[in-house]
Design a protein around this ligand. Sequence first.
Ligand SMILES: C[S@@+](CC[C@H](N)C(=O)[O-])C[C@H]1O[C@@H](n2cnc3c(N)ncnc32)[C@H](O)[C@@H]1O
Length: 242
Amino acid sequence: MSEWNAQTYGSRWSGIYDGLPWPEPSETVDFLAEWVGSGPVLELAIGTGRVAIPLARRGVEIEGIDTSDEMIAALRAKEDQEQIVVHQADIGSFTLDRQYSMAFLILNTIYALQSQEEQISCFESAASVIEPGGHFIVEAFMPDPTRFRRNSWTQVHDIGLDHVLIEADKHDPSTQQILEQHIHIRDGKIELYPAFLRYIWPSEMDLMARLAGFSLVHRYGSWTKDPFTARSGQHVSVYRRD
Ligand SMILES: C[S@@+](CC[C@H](N)C(=O)[O-])C[C@H]1O[C@@H](n2cnc3c(N)ncnc32)[C@H](O)[C@@H]1O
């Protein structure tokens, strides 16, 4: 998909992002608060501040990175965001003047980077701004290629008398990329919300982390620290900067 770039997600999704049925962020915030260290903290792909703002409310000094004008504007329209410094940059390759005791990249957004090279570069950029002994926390879904039949998948997420929300995905196992279309039909109109991602196996992620100078210290199956097992649908991985 040639027109996809680092701003596309934000420009397509920002209008509905905060109305999506995200899980309540308190479990994520509780978990992250344990790993703050001496601060400050950096969120890669901060978005509308869904997690950063409640963390800031707990007194954590937090900064963020995002590429999207629209997502940053939505964050700036909220309460209790005034103290949050946002750097408009690409998480695939960035430098900052400060060192952070902890950084995090959640909600599968490492997969928003389209190639293995960009994902390795993201880990390297994170390593360049996290102090030795500091932590990098990454949350991502577990890839499940078995859900695809002939590399396609469709699902009805919501349906009513006057609306339907259908997801249609195309999978390329050779590149580990998935192109998703979330098709909303309502009020006689069709709206398309695309997402393009490259998934990573946990073992591949650990290798990327090692290449960048991190060691895995914990891997959980949820923000409430369920064990990570063959049945886990997601993982929360804690890396320490060597
Ligand atoms: C799914 S949202 C997650 C936002 C936030 N972390 C949360 O948990 O709600 C993905 C965010 O990643 C940002 N993003 C996507 N690709 C990016 C890139 N290459 N560099 C920086 N931000 C990017 C989008 O603008 C969007 O704000």
